[in-house]
Design a protein around this ligand. Sequence first.
Ligand code: NOJ
Length: 567
Amino acid sequence: MTDRPTAPDPRPPHPAPDATPDLSSRDPDWWRQAVVYQIYPRSFADADGDGLGDLRGITRRLTRLSALGVDALWLSPFYPSELADGGYDVADPRDVDPRLGTLDDFDALVREAHRLGLKVIVDIVPNHTSHQHVWFQEALRAGPGSPARDRYVFRDGRGASGELPPTDWQSVFGGSAWQRVPDGQWYLHLFAAEQPDLNWDHPDVREDFRTTLRFWSDRGVDGFRIDVAHALTKDLEEPLRDLGDHAAGGEAALVDFAPGTHPFYDRDETHEIYRDWRKIFDTYTPPRTAVAEAWVPGARRALYARPDELGQAFNFEYLEAVWDADELRQVITDSLATAQAAGASATWVLSNHDVIRHASRLMLPPGTDTNAWLLSGGKAPAVDPEAGLRRARAATLLMLALPGSAYVYQGEELGLPEVADLPTSVLQDPIWEQTGRVRKGRDGCRVPLPWTTTGPSYGFGANGAWLPQPPSFAAYSVEAQDGVEGSTLELYRTALRLRRKLIDGETLKWAEDTPEGVLQFDRGDGWRCVTNLSAAPVPLPPGEVALTSAPLEDGHLPPDTTAWLTR
Ligand code: NOJ
């Protein structure tokens, strides 16, 4: 592709909402109720027309994010990477992938974000590196028993000539978690074979990550998202144990293990690392923040969010909850209690780059085999996009009324559905090949954003996009929704502006006498949120209607609708 400039932004953004950007904000608690917008850089905006999103593309659109009303950006990895796992295979954690820009471009992005009052969070990937990382290349050359191999997890194989992997451990992406190298040894990779696991018992590994945290903090980064935060330390005492029926990767592997005893997930000694990192975070003003990506059960997850560790952890129970009033109420109550017990603020997430977008997911009947759904191209069962969007908007207004911080994934403010019918020939997620083409993977939520109603990639860039966008994206584009009353983009803008005004305290109070299938709670002084998850319209509770996710019907709250009321 050529080097033509990106398509211009269609219309000037709306003025930023009320809150005056506080550039010098030194408030140490800014993150507790922040709305954080996740950018998947390769799919956000392509400034140089090579089909991949880049840092300059992001910088050019920052005024739009400020006008949307978010408080912070989280950038998924933009580091040098061969993209074996969408950038989570990091070849150099202290540089920018040349296809995405330079360190100067990064500095310009941070400067502009701060000028607009937006904080910047970057992704740290401490469980593994890319196999292209200098350390791994050195380890391959240095051979068995060398100090260089000790920074990773190399072992001899089993069987007469070491031809069998050292254990039965499985990769999260499918298949054995061990890969053999030409000299006969095997190395551990809990994810793709191109992502060798680091050995966190090695002092070089610990020191290098301290350097990385300081490197980005010194460049003005305000916080960090910690990838696979629960897998860093491992029980590598010989002999390594087989796991039998529990060998599969992922959260399910934790079932049946006493807390902290699984050989490579959620081990107690992992917390020492984060206590060490907290000391670094606290040398900055305001202290750098962090959020753990830890797919572990609630009470264990909260440990990562303790104030002397990372401070926050993603609440995946909320993301995984089905669209049911009783289940959601329970999850919300438990999440608030768990976060409070840890001294953290709660977090809420509906979508990210690893899961089916919530405008589609919330319509799937509970228990749906989501991989089978993806393999059917989103046809079995079929999801009505309008009904999905209606439910997603209701879920979003509910989320944005909850105490704590909300993580919004790029494109959800446009109401984007999952692109479930990507042809298998274009799939990039390593899950597809690593499972022997059985699991379709996560590309359907990573399709580049539509900015305009026309153009070769709907304004994403001047040329094509690295994953094909469906024609239906035109109607979801920023251009199609900007300034259009009732559009999802305008709903998010209004909701975020109101949220800033209405936020008061970090607690909620449930209403007890609500109709079946209705969730209703009050926040602070006069902010009431009511969601109708039942199949029939319900009367509105007292209050002045400030915002609804769908029009009211004869003064009633229709199904799959949330209303915010004020006193
Ligand atoms: C979690 C990230 O969100 C996901 O995209 C990635 O594949 C794995 N960690 C491995 O880094």
